[in-house]
Design a protein around this ligand. Structure first.
Ligand SMILES: [Zn+2]
Length: 342
């Protein structure tokens, strides 16, 4: 179309509505100065933000982001003068990092129209860092584009949320993930089907699990821990809580996984033939669904959500997990009988 400089063909799988929305804003020259990209861990927030950074930096006349020009290539390699990535190291994103960013933002862009800053995992920023960012959000220089990603928005200051345009990424349909794993990431069909199913529509998770086998091993280990704990007394459960609380960084993905597990148990309680996420655990989930009521499964699910809230409020992890363990139903899960050929 005449006068259309930006294309909605980004190197992003899914999320078409968000891409089209931004492409319209770009073509109308109505891009906002700050976007808050949210959605479950591993859903593809960073990939999405990166593609937007490419779109605004691209040098092509038509069809931006072209993906091949100098700017697109440098952005993709985090090597572009007008693009900065800010993320926390082992701890939380700190005020010093925001101050450094503000010094950079005071300078006009060197090459492109925008100076883009991607602030990853901003839900983990310290309150001081959030306060400091507000200053930039209130009076951004005209050439600034801030892209914040966050798994959850509860821990963000309300004033940050209100000053950013929200973009909430939703899980992709399983067939879309499966097809992309095969067509673009070279997964064999069987593995693509399994990972797509387990991903819960989170493309980023699926790609990481494809490239790093230990992710799937860790997932299996976490589910086995949960299933074992269900048959344990208090003492055994508290020992597990103690062991798990030692690795704080693992708790978020662990609780996400357990949440999907209880959701499956609840769904199977309604109907034994419902398609579930953790299909490889069909046997043990079926046992649980037959042993407890739907209400009990829902109670466990709610308890996990509450634990996640506690952890975001910096409740002591050991304490939060102890309470969670008491809210899990008592069920004995027996291993699946060996299949043919095992
Ligand atoms: Zn380009």
């Amino acid at each position: 179309m005449d006068g259309m400089h930006y294309s909605s063909r980004w190197r992003v799988i899914g999320h078409e509505w968000a891409i089209e929305h931004l492409t319209r804003s770009l073509n109308a020259n109505r891009l906002r100065h700050a976007y808050l990209i949210t959605g479950a861990a591993g859903i593809g927030k960073t990939t999405f933000a990166w593609a937007l950074a490419q779109a605004v930096s691209c040098l092509a006349d038509e069809g931006r982001p072209c993906g091949v020009c100098r700017a697109c290539t440098l952005v993709a390699h985090n090597n572009y003068a007008d693009f900065n990535l800010i993320e926390s190291d082992a701890s939380r994103l700190k005020i010093e990092q925001i101050r450094d960013m503000q010094r950079v933002l005071a300078l006009r862009p060197v090459e492109g129209r925008y100076r883009v800053v991607l602030l990853r995992r901003f839900h983990e920023a310290t309150p001081q860092a959030m306060d400091s960012l507000l200053k930039t959000l209130e009076e951004p220089p005209p050439y600034v584009l801030l892209l914040l990603t966050a798994d959850a928005t509860e821990s963000l200051l309300p004033t940050i949320r209100s000053r950013c345009q929200p973009i909430r990424l939703r899980p992709l349909p399983t067939p879309v993930v499966r097809h992309a794993l095969e067509a673009q990431f070279g997964a064999d069909p069987e593995r693509a089907a399994l990972l797509a199913q387990l991903s819960g529509g989170r493309m980023g998770w699926a790609v990481r699990a494809l490239q790093d086998e230990s992710l799937l091993d860790r997932r299996n280990e976490w589910i086995e821990k949960l299933e074992n704990a269900l048959g344990m007394t208090r003492a055994g459960r508290f020992a597990l809580a103690e062991a798990l609380s030692r690795d704080k960084s693992a708790l978020e993905p662990l609780l996400d996984l357990w949440q999907s597990y209880w959701r499956d148990a609840m769904l199977l309680g309604y109907s034994a033939t419902t398609p579930i996420t953790n299909r490889d655990r069909q046997n043990s989930l079926g046992q649980i669904a037959r042993s407890i009521s739907v209400d009990e499964a829902h109670h466990a699910l709610t308890a996990i959500r509450r634990t996640q809230r506690y952890l975001k409020q910096n409740v002591n992890p050991r304490l939060a997990l102890d309470v969670l363990m008491l809210d899990m139903p008592r069920v004995r899960v027996y291993p699946a009988p060996p299949g043919p050929g095992d």
